[in-house]
Write a protein that binds this ligand. Sequence first.
Ligand code: ADP
Ligand code: MG
Length: 399
Amino acid sequence: MKVVLENLTKIFPSRNKDGSEVVAVNNFTFEIPDGKLIGLLGPSGCGKSTTLYMICGLQAATSGKIYFGDDDVTNLEPESRGVGLVFQNYALYPHMTVKQNILFPLQNLKGEDKLSKDEMLERAYNVAKLVQIDELMNRKPSELSGGQQQRVAIARALVKMPRVLLLDEPLSNLDARLRLQTREEIKRIQKSTGITTVFVTHDQEEAMSISDMIVVMKKGIIQQIGKPQDVYDSPVNLFVAKFLGTPPINVFNGRVENGAIYIGEDKVASANGIENQEVIIGIRPEGFILKENGALKLKLANVEVMGRDVSVVSTKEESANPIIRSIIDADNKIEEGKEEVTFDIKPNKIFIFNKETEERIYLEGQTPTYVPQKEEEKVEEPALETVEETEAVEENTEE
Ligand code: ADP
Ligand code: MG
């Protein structure tokens, strides 16, 4: 089932006396392809959960439309939408067994959808098997590990055979190892059921590893949509470049001068056809090639050997961060006690950004993989003096 989100906007009325409303989701437009897993990614407070709650109907959209296939579900009650929802805190009924927890959504089905007892049990055992908890059906939630509890929550969301599965930071309460394992599980379950899924997370690595496509959000606004690798390889702005990747991208203040990119006095790459200007420069940690008399001179601070790779820690006046981190192959040898280290830069690992707007400036050989939405289409951040408008919104909000 494809899910179409059309100009979806959510404005929360002010909680404060100053009358400033919150545009939690701003003109969100995206068609989620049938059967895909979409990662909704961004920092805390950027509107991920609000987007999810509008899709499932727990929150009414201020404006915009939601379609499941060709059905307009914008004004449907959550129960009628056919969505399965899983939260960060598993929200299981503590006094019920695993089996009773999974059966619960089925026992409330009415009319045509009503199932016989045998049908319910069959469905419950089928999903339990799918998420591999069929051996635990008679336990109480308190007798399960966090990972097992989250599987029960997923089974409960799947048992009604939802048209769309929505997961809101489902792994955040698990420890690192379980998080890895459970995310593999979710991917497997999603693939085998083919249910269109939206997976919300603030963890870029999680989103990158699990998603067919990612949607990166900032302050309610979509920044970039694409396959994880495409977004990583060709970010549209500095925010996206900084948000994806561990270790994070290295950022420098520099300039374009006579068709070349300079960091301080170092000419690090060519910038054919680009006007002279000050720019922000990003270089991915894997974009450095160790070379004697290389283009970029850095002050060596530390060399950390990490098995396969070496992480070179250095500094430079023009760096926007206290340290610069370069990841190079462990075959490279750096003499101990050296004060300076020099690198050449891989042309596909260096990005430049407009100093004011922080939008990407594409170099020769670099092509955009995503074209951002136009600025005019978005809702203006409300000014503080628009008190009348705020009141009007308050009247229209049913919560
Ligand atoms: P995320 O899930 O990405 O962390 P949310 O969707 O929860 O972000 O929140 C987006 C913005 O909307 C935040 O600024 C948050 O404070 C605000 N917000 C969320 N829910 C409400 C609400 N019920 N009333 C007022 N503001 C809200
Ligand atoms: Mg949230």
